[in-house]
Design a protein around this ligand. Sequence first.
Ligand code: GZL
Length: 374
Amino acid sequence: MVYKIMEYNEEKCREMYLKKVIKVSAIFMFCVYLMGCAGSFGYRSEMPVEEAASERITVGFSQLGAESDWRSENTESMKGTFTEENGYTLIFEDGQQKQANQIRAIRMFIQQEVDYIVLAPVMETGWETVLQEAKDAGIPVIIVDRKVDVSDDGLFTCWIGSDFELEGKKAAEWLNQYAKAKGIDPADIHVVNIQGTKGSSPQIGRTKGLADAARVNGWDLLAEVPGDFTRAKGKEVMESLLKQYKNINVVYCENDNEAFGAIEAIEASGKKVGSDITGGEIMVISFDGVNREAIQYTLEGKITCIAECNPLHGPRVRAMIEALEAGEIPEKFSYVDEEIFSADETVGVLKIGETSYRVKILTKENIEEDKKEE
Ligand code: GZL
């Protein structure tokens, strides 16, 4: 390739350089003008990213795990509520059922100086130190779902969740009313409890509901064994209990995923699940009622009754945050209202203390109606 050598001329170069500067400047000015007009053509003039982020409320959410359908629904409710469109930045941490992971997440939120910490605690004890650290950092903590057992309730701002002992009382009272209506001698009720995660509020409350009723009504409570709220553990525990006890006629599962596992084990052993316990069937009682499979099982009579446990806490936690943002003080403890479901019409109303609870009798029609409302 032959390079053409240009004669060097100072004046010429200066003139060419100036022309180039003027041309580039004109193009630059025209671009600036266009950007300035962008807004008037309806283009959203993007606020600088960091400014938009600082406008949003930052929420650090320590979720305990993903052990059940209930937990998945609860996570979806939180993620679907704390969105950028709603004015939030959500930092989500899954504790994988380990308290150490949740404590680590809370410390990370403190480092990140979030506006609010939301904690779904895997168990009740062991939170004093880290909640004190959040308090010292001036970050409000909202507890959701399960409770924390701390010496000073001032370590958290407020709590929203279920009355787990009431759930247990409802399920046990349903069984008591059923046995009386069918003329079953209380001593002929041979019940096993597949418990939730040991030391969690739902396990403590639901276990107490059954144990108190068994003592008062004279039932034969054969065993209480943790099933960790999972299908796999529920099946494993049921298999073991069937080997240990030949007279089980009621299985009290502290959530639906355990119930699915227990039903699998019962049917694999050649027995039948259902409410006809004098006819040799094994009755399954459960908690949650958040997924289609559980409702379908109840419609088919495989699960005789479910005490509802509602997971949709996202909007409820948001309402608490918005109250706090407005300078208001939410209730320290807020309980959600819940129902009890069955397809068996034997029991229509439960009376617990001074309060009556109507049993929602599930039919194909009202299940279809509920589906449409979703
Ligand atoms: C109850 C919740 C329990 C559900 C289970 O609020 O903590 O944990 O009943 C879940 O399904 O795993």
